[in-house]
Design a protein around this ligand. Structure first.
Ligand SMILES: Cc1cc2nc3c(=O)[nH]c(=O)nc-3n(C[C@H](O)[C@H](O)[C@H](O)COP(=O)(O)O)c2cc1C
Length: 177
């Protein structure tokens, strides 16, 4: 299948996850193209979509949300997966009002009815977080470093392949490629 693996990010970790998803999907026999999301990005020629954004201040970045709002009927009628890249809190940290999903997700869900939404761990460094926001970040339980879990990313790509195989009769055994 032809799959668009879209991403919106600022510092590169979401792009890295999109590349890894595309690599694993290609190993499973698909043609997976990585594109930065924007409202004007075209959807023609793709059979399925894997779309994600870094989470900043509890929300998806505008280019990812804009892309989805620009193509609701296409995305609602083709298999579409969503992912959000954020930084999990320090172990043991229990903020009083922790948002588990980015703000726009409820609206996006009702708009396109995706197959699934997956939260994935990203990367953040001290110089990405300006001034006083550093204190807010730490108070929320944020921790600096690259927290990307490549095994989890690969596993999710394989789950997507499995679902596509169910739909289209594609090769269900990615290990043979
Ligand atoms: C300005 C800023 C705000 C952020 N806000 C959140 C947030 O609200 N929740 C969260 O879990 N992570 C937050 N993060 C962490 C990012 O989601 C994480 O660093 C992500 O991997 C960034 O992706 P990118 O490298 O593609 O830009 C924030 C990071 C930055 C730099």
């Amino acid at each position: 299948m032809n799959i668009l693996v879209g991403y919106a990010g600022v510092h590169g970790s979401t792009h890295g996850i999109a590349e890894r998803l595309a690599t694993r999907l290609a190993e499973c026999g698909h043609v997976a193209v990585v594109v930065p999301l924007a409202a004007e990005q075209k959807t023609g020629g793709y059979d399925a979509f894997v779309l994600g954004s870094a989470v900043h201040h509890g929300a998806w970045l505008a280019p990812a949300a804009d892309f989805i709002r620009s193509h609701p009927s296409t995305l609602a009628t083709r298999p579409t997966w969503l992912y959000s890249v954020s930084v999990p809190p320090r172990e043991g940290h229990r903020p009083a009002r922790r948002r588990t999903e980015p703000r726009q997700l409820a609206g996006i869900r009702s708009l396109i009815r995706p197959c699934e939404h997956q939260m994935l761990a990203g990367a953040v460094y001290r110089d990405h977080v300006p001034g006083w926001r550093h204190l807010a970040f730490r108070a929320r339980g944020g921790r600096y470093g690259d927290h990307r879990d490549w095994k989890a990313v690969d596993h999710w790509a394989e789950c997507i392949h499995g679902r596509l195989a169910d739909v289209e009769g594609a090769d269900p055994d990615p290990g043979t490629h």
